[in-house]
Design a protein around this ligand. Structure first.
Ligand code: 5GP
Length: 179
């Protein structure tokens, strides 16, 4: 285990089980459709790559980059689009792929935006959910695992752009960000 990690919350094996289960659920839910998966960069990358291997229907993918943390360990609630989609979502069944939902601000803003742009449906799949952190009403449609209100890193999740490459999700030792 990495020296800056206090405990592992979701192991590599558990992440694979979650992706298999979510992939099966999404395959059934979108049968007969061609969903457009919209990944929120950079955190979605490992999860999206592993999840799509278990989706057994035609699908497309695009990416957006949004920020609400601005380098710290708490959301500012101020959602900025840093990189936008390059194709229209009008008439599409959109499935947003997110690493973690905390306050809910990011996904509330992005789902409303994509509906406003004419998507036929907008749903959200998230690897992790921290419902105790909610500041706005938001319930993801598909959840990999519900976790306590702790700051986690790994498997796409960063602290100041580091730790994204850890193969598991772990709790960062507070002394790392209290330094
Ligand atoms: P929300 O808008 O729901 O507060 O936050 C969503 C975004 O905040 C996530 O995409 C992620 O980038 C970041 N975030 C929320 N909780 C955590 C966490 O525990 N660890 C890390 N590294 N990022 C988090």
């Amino acid at each position: 285990m990495h020296k800056d990690i206090a405990e592992i919350l979701v192991s590599e094996a558990e992440i694979e089980d979650i992706c298999v289960k979510l992939g099966e659920e999404l395959t059934k839910a979108y049968e007969g459709k061609t969903p457009l998966l919209v990944g929120l960069l950079n955190g979605c990358i490992p999860f999206m790559a592993q999840l799509i291997k278990h989706i057994k229907i035609p699908m497309e993918m695009q990416f957006m980059a949004v920020s609400s943390y601005h380098g710290g360990i708490a959301s500012t609630g101020d959602v900025k689009i840093k990189y936008d989609l390059d194709h229209s979502v009008a008439g599409r069944d959109v499935l947003i792929v997110e690493d973690i939902v905390d306050t809910g601000s990011t996904l509330k803003v992005i789902t409303e935006l994509l509906k406003y742009r004419g998507a036929k449906s907008v749903k959200v799949v998230t690897l992790l959910d921290k419902p105790e952190g909610r500041k706005v009403t938001f319930i993801p449609d598909y959840i990999g695992k519900t976790i306590p209100k702790k700051f986690v890193v790994g498997y796409g999740l960063d602290y100041q752009e580091r730790y994204r490459n850890l193969p598991y999700v772990g709790v960062l030792k507070p002394e790392v960000y209290e330094k």
